[in-house]
Design a protein around this ligand. Structure first.
Ligand code: F3S
Length: 643
């Protein structure tokens, strides 16, 4: 069988299982990355595993999300991560250095390698031909400790690009065009592999933009071949030795193929409030704009910012518009300062922000009430900007820059002759913001905001407790554990966060958990939908929740519950949901035998005097993880077994 590039890399890294769609495989992970918002938990988990040495070739801890320091909490988190990095030999990227994905592409990404990151836009490094996957923090901690990651063999969707982009049309417009065709669900369970002569007109950072927003398609990853353009990029970064040519076999087998002619793509925008709500800019021109933001892990490369600077040169930002620019890396900012582009941006009236995620994660620059914000970012969900009433449009840097001058949504096609910005021959390679580990200290610094990670115990055959909460259908991870700018600094403080668990639907949940030392939660259909937030499992674990019983579960949340050692059980007969009431006393007996033999789990409601049949649907490996009280204990035991 002629192989796709995806299958070639998976095959080379295969540790267990069969490369057959849907089958679980274990693969070797070469590199990991974390950002600070998820990183504190990752490193608490790593510490809890008690390992002495990492199994990855390279691990990097970036500080780019919670860089605002209005209290001690974020500073504590950064110091904790820095001390863990020193102890385990992890590269530490200081706040101000830039955004994790842009920095990783510039400094560490390698064609043909595997990368696992605790951030959903980790696939950005697919732009260089690296198989890069975003996942939950525990998976990253385990990959660092064991070098392994388990996933279902993905389908491979080939997007074949032909032709050339028209002037003023950029990589952002390409991925918005694809989102319009495929929707935010179009990539689920798939790796998107780009081929065709059209990719020759895309630089590595253009490819990174497209791979980055594969996350908005729901894809496991996105990947481009490693060609002469990749070589030139690596050479400009002083890393030509990391290059290797990589592509799919001629006539490789794909699960699906989509052909796109780049010439047909026009400047596009994703309208409020979804990245797939895409329209042509020509249909949106004239909408008044209050704010324009250029940056984020999607569009903060040297080329992106130079394009914006060339449009803004000798012009002025419209008096009614606030233009903010956050460069992707400190080295890019230095290059803009050296070549005069930074001066052009400042002269035009741009606000130069820190090299960090900043407004993308709601750290500053929330738009005004009912404001219209044009952003070169990747997400425009309602409220993500920090202003619920704001309308956020996602656009290219070119569209953002010309609209900042016009004061309304404008198409860059109106600027005149397109400027051809090329990748630089040689990037500035300062590394003052990277701290390379010297392995001199193994002292972990845990300020008062860092609380230990909750660790479960192996499950027992008899599980009993009160029904603490009976929830309805479609409970989201936001319902379970809200995340907002006020709670973000407490990501490493599970006891504090636990006071807010379920508090939007039941203000007394925390009190009842404390009073009863935990118990059971019942849900309806699709329990745990929404983001992959691990805290929606870790916080209930801290509160002593032993099992969630529902009509059905959202896939990632169910995996997070198993990872935490909380039993996700489903009703065999959905109507039995009606028999249970909050405050009832519940008992499950003979649990271990039922799980091992894959038979019904019997739940007795001693208050109502009814017996209800439940089922556990998961793999043998899932059962083994639950028996150990979670993935962390399971991995720790396997690693100890190896030693
Ligand atoms: Fe940061 Fe936003 Fe990307 S939070 S990692 S710039 S999606």
């Amino acid at each position: 069988m002629k192989k796709s590039l995806t299958y070639k890399i998976l095959q080379k890294h295969l540790l267990s299982g069969e490369l057959k769609e849907g089958c679980e495989i274990g693969i070797k992970i070469d590199q990991t990355l974390t950002q600070d918002s998820t990183g504190t938990m990752v490193y608490l988990q790593l510490e809890a595993m008690g390992i002495s040495k990492l199994k990855t070739d390279l691990s990097v801890a970036y500080i780019d999300h919670n860089t605002l320091q209005t209290g001690f909490e974020n500073a504590d988190d950064h110091e904790f991560i820095k001390s863990v990095a020193e102890k385990y030999g992890i590269v530490y990227s200081k706040p101000g250095n830039g955004i994790c994905h842009q920095l990783h592409l510039e400094n560490f990404a390698k064609p043909g390698n595997t990368l696992l990151g605790s951030d959903s836009h980790t696939p950005t490094c697919g732009g260089i031909g690296m198989l890069s996957i975003g996942t939950g923090g525990l998976d990253v901690a385990i990959a660092m400790a064991s070098g392994e990651y388990y996933l279902k063999t993905p389908k491979v969707l080939n997007i074949h690009l032909e032709g050339h982009l028209k002037p003023w049309v950029s990589a952002k417009d390409v991925i918005l065009y694809i989102l319009k065709q495929l929707s935010v669900k179009g990539g689920v369970g798939k790796v998107i592999e780009y081929t065709g002569t059209g990719i020759k007109s895309l630089s590595v950072t253009d490819r990174g933009t497209i791979a980055n927003m594969g996350a908005e398609l729901g894809a496991t990853s996105s990947i481009f071949p490693s060609d002469e353009i990749t070589y030139e990029y690596l050479k400009s970064q002083g890393r030509e030795n990391d290059w290797l040519p990589l592509h799919a076999d001629n006539n490789a087998t794909y699960d699906e193929v989509i052909n796109i002619d780049l010439c047909k793509i026009l400047p596009m925008a994703a309208k409020p409030h979804s990245p797939d709500n895409v329209d042509s800019i020509r249909n949106l021109t004239g909408i008044k704009v209050d704010q324009v933001l250029i940056g984020s892990c999607t569009n903060s490369s040297y080329k992106d910012l130079m394009k914006a600077a060339s449009i803004l040169k000798d012009k002025q930002v419209h008096p009614d518009v606030s233009l903010g620019i956050s460069p992707g890396s400190s080295n890019i900012l230095k290059m803009l300062a050296d070549n005069g582009a930074l001066g052009d941006l400042i002269a035009a009236g741009a606000r130069i922000l820190e090299c960090s995620c900043g407004p993308c994660i709601g750290m500053g620059q929330s738009p005004q009430t009912n404001g219209v914000s044009l952003r070169t970012f990747n997400r425009n969900f309602c409220g993500r900007s920090g202003t619920n009433s704001a309308d956020v449009y996602l656009v290219s840097p070119e569209t953002a820059a010309i609209s900042a001058v016009s004061g309304f949504i404008n198409t860059p096609e109106n600027v005149g002759e397109a400027v051809d910005i090329q990748e630089p021959q040689a990037y500035f390679k300062g590394n003052s913001y990277f701290i390379l580990p010297s392995n001199k200290s193994s002292i972990i610094k845990m300020g008062p905001n860092i609380k230990p990670f909750p660790i479960n115990t192996p499950i027992k055959s008899l599980v009993e407790g009160k029904l603490i909460l009976k929830a309805g259908n479609n409970i989201t991870t936001d319902d379970i554990m809200p995340s907002n700018a006020k709670l973000l600094p407490y990501r490493s403080n599970i006891p504090y966060l636990s006071q807010f668990c379920f508090n939007t639907i039941d203000a007394d949940f925390w009190n009842r958990c404390v009073e009863n030392e935990g118990g059971f939660v019942i849900g309806g259909e699709n329990y745990g939908q929404g983001s992959s937030r691990e805290h929606a499992a870790l916080v209930p674990l801290h509160l002593g929740i032993k099992a969630i019983i529902s009509k059905s579960f959202a896939r990632i949340h169910k995996a997070n519950l198993i990872n935490s050692g909380i039993l996700p059980l489903e009703f065999e007969n959905e109507q039995d949901y009606d028999l249970l009431h909050e405050g009832d006393d519940l008992i499950i007996d003979n649990l271990i035998q039922s799980l091992k033999e894959n038979t019904s789990v019997l739940l007795r409601d001693t208050t109502a005097g009814v017996d209800i049949k439940l089922k556990f649907t998961g793999s043998e490996r899932d059962v083994a993880i639950l028996l150990m009280g979670g993935y962390l204990n399971y991995t720790k035991a396997s690693l100890e077994g190896l030693n």
